[in-house]
Ligand binder design. Sequence first.
Ligand code: SDX
Length: 428
Amino acid sequence: MSEVAKLILDGKTYEFPIIEGTENEKAIDISALRNQTGYITMDNGFLSTGSTKSSITYLDGQKGILRYRGYNLEDLCENSTFLEVAYLLINGELPKQDEFDAFSTRISRHTLLNEDFRKYYDVWPKTAHPMGLMSSALTGMSSFYRSSLDPHDPAQVEKSMIRILAKVPTLASYAYKKFKGQPFVYPQNKYNYVENFLNMMFSLPMEEYQIDQDVVDVLNKLLIIHADHEQNCSTSTGRFIGSSHANLFTSISGSISALWGPLHGGANQSVLEMLEAIHRDGGDVSKYVKKAKDKSDPFRLMGFGHRVYKSFDPRAKILKNSCDKILKKLNVHDPLLDIAKKLEKIALEDEYFVERNLYPNVDFYSGIIYKALGFPVNMFTVLFTMGRAPGWIAHWKEMIESPETKICRPRQVYTGATERKYININKR
Ligand code: SDX
């Protein structure tokens, strides 16, 4: 007999099935609750509500575990590449050599943007934030690449997936070049995925751009670290949009918009801006820790806290360990790193943060490394977008292929005015 949860409501007992995952996580399946009892549940921000079963990524917030398709993040950062991890997330298994070669060749065939699409950048102001550009560019792709929009045709879905993975680096580098007022750089198939992105970002017509393999290695690791994170805000947004059978391009556009928020992916930019503000203000870290604890002050310690991790974010651990090494390799000394370490030390000893389990998250160190690699602050969340694209795609594919998927349409408890009659304006 499978386990059940009993609920006593208005003197009646109801039973609801318990479901259990492969890592012994348990959930009460309440899908029949409203039909059986007339009640719904309420869970602002979904702190205790699951939206789906998924076999893509496993997190353990207490133990600080993050696995993609069963492989530990640390293992993948040490031994894999971002493109191989993208294949793993989307297909569920690590590729054999011929499978990987076919995958990366297909991607290299789609890195070019339609020349008319390039004109799309002309109408944007140079001061535009690149995340706005990226989000609308993804929806724009559904107009330029109309041959692969059908969410029920696996061949069309696969073509859209390849087009997104292939063109996001091109779109991102063009956004940067627009902002810098420099000429766009076409993709070059002689480079691998990360090398190609760096070349499109930083090469200039006057001189040959030297690819630094140390930078390639670090960027691969950063992109792997950001590749997926189960049902976070932006991933859930993409699954929500796709549940209406909207196409993959426009679903990913919605994910990019959600990621832009400073409480989510936009935090990596906010962390740098916070560290720079502390640096400009003389580096008095304790003053900012005090502000973060003051309920009357809207200031939060950006890069701290997480909905799931109530101990160290394993990604922050990897980035913190590699931060020193990377900056030394790149011969960069950044005073913001010293401020970050001081901030972390004070916060981790302060009971406000300890009792709320507020630890550094993935965004706390990533910005310092992006800056050392030469990226401007307004490109940090675009780099997060590039990293998270395979995760969003994998979840969208899992959703659209699942026979259990229904259109996402939550219920509510109405708290507005009860019935009342219309009153003519001359009588109000
Ligand atoms: C990402 O979900 C994911 O997986 C996301 C992500 C991914 O890979 O997709 O991991 C990426 O988004 C990382 C998070 C980046 N955001 C930030 O660094 C912004 C700063 N952090 C927060 O605003 C906050 O911690 C959240 C948004 C990350 C989590 O918020 P929750 O889970 O809704 O927690 P909460 O806001 O209810 O906070 C609980 C308590 C509150 O205090 P009390 O009301 O209990 O007194 O902790 C406090 C909060 O005020 N708090 C903070 C704080 N974060 C939470 N206080 C000061 N500084 C902070 N950063």
